[in-house]
Design a protein around this ligand. Sequence first.
Ligand SMILES: [Fe+2]
Length: 491
Amino acid sequence: MSGPETNESQSELSRRDVLRAGAGVLALAPLSQAAGEKPGDPFLVKPYLQLGDASRLLKSEQMVVSWQTGTDESKWVVEFRPGRKGKWIAAGAPKIDPVVVSGIAPHWVFRATLTGLAPGGEFEYRVRRNGNTVFASTGRARKSGSQSVRCVVMGDCGTGSPQQKRVAFQAARIDPDFVLIPGDLVYSNGRISEYRSSFWPAYSPDTASPESGAPLLRSVPFLGGLGQHDTGATLDDYADGFAFYMYWSFPLNGPVGDEGSANAFPLGNNQERRAAAFAATGDRYPRMANYSFDYGDSHWTVLDTWNPHINWNDPMLRKWLRKDLESTDATWKFVSSYLPPFNSSTAYPHTQKMRVIVDILQDTGVDIVFCGYAHSYQVTYPLRFTPTSKLDGPVRAAGHEIPGKFELDKTFDGKTKTKADGILYITTGGGGNAGLHSPEQTDNPKTWQPFTVKYNASVNQFTDLRINDDHLALRQVDLNGNLIDEFRVSK
Ligand SMILES: [Fe+2]
């Protein structure tokens, strides 16, 4: 097939079908054959949606379609149609970044931007190579402030485990608007090779099943923060590290823009590897380590926390964070902090570094902080925290202890009393790593810190978050779809 027309049955493809059954691929098979494509997959990584460098809501929304190939010789065009009907519109020419690093065959990362999307509107898109459609899927534009939102939050995902795939399958079933991973997208060192073995397969299989995962990436934008395992080593150790900055397209409104900054995780000393990484990461390294975005009536600030170089007591970083959280009028404010400021896991009793920013979070009315690192589900009382003494000097190490005084809102129960007086800190680090932390603490309150009200590390799981005006509903769901917990918060 050579023209822009497509099989009309394609337009019957529902977004839910794509998520649940991998129907995009089923519907595509005849297209590819009709197009005379040679057998074989033209993609190293199939198309995936990204919010791109668009921190704030737009009247006319955009979405980035990204994909990866092993050759740059083809002519690629992305076409889309808002509302999933009418004429196909050609996106602008894709931006192409070569990734040429030691030990990995050269490959190319494409980014094409779809524009003119109605907020919350469904769209279809198709990717054409040399005039032939080789991929099609659907997506949903970012929602406006008056539309309800449903998203998945889960940390500590990319190990390639069977549990990761089961969680992905269940997460897709709720048809989320986006997926946020606070950290540990990929184990163990954020390498290109590890994305291939342990990330893309679970979220971009051709068919959805508990065994294979679900093709979320093609229709649901992922957002992510850096965990211990995303940039835990320099290029001196792994030439194909820092893939986070090569493959993702998040907003570029963070405060750390130069490798020379004391707050950046450095690339290392090998000059050849450094040059290759700079070429492949463009303006994303290290800027994209921190960023914020709006989605519907919520504002999300995603922080680089485990990084032992970043000092969240640096006045420049504190100023940026305060300004970011003050500059939004969204009803809901959330922070993604991979390192939990407050957690009860006996595996991490000293992880308190991020308490250094709690005063800012309290001053600016943050509602919930979502964390990972501890492979468990933990919920605190709504709380206020005051450090015992003024915090002077750098706070860089995860184990930097910050003792203080707690005020706990013990009247909040998430059912009949849903107004929270204080910030809820939720650890949701069960997204895929089968090595759960301190499972014996599950439902065992005497092992918890006084600020903890819930703890489950008995099974891999994710958070299903629904936001509707000034009401929020949270469900914690396990890898078999069973409900672990649920509660509500209201304004
Ligand atoms: Fe982890």
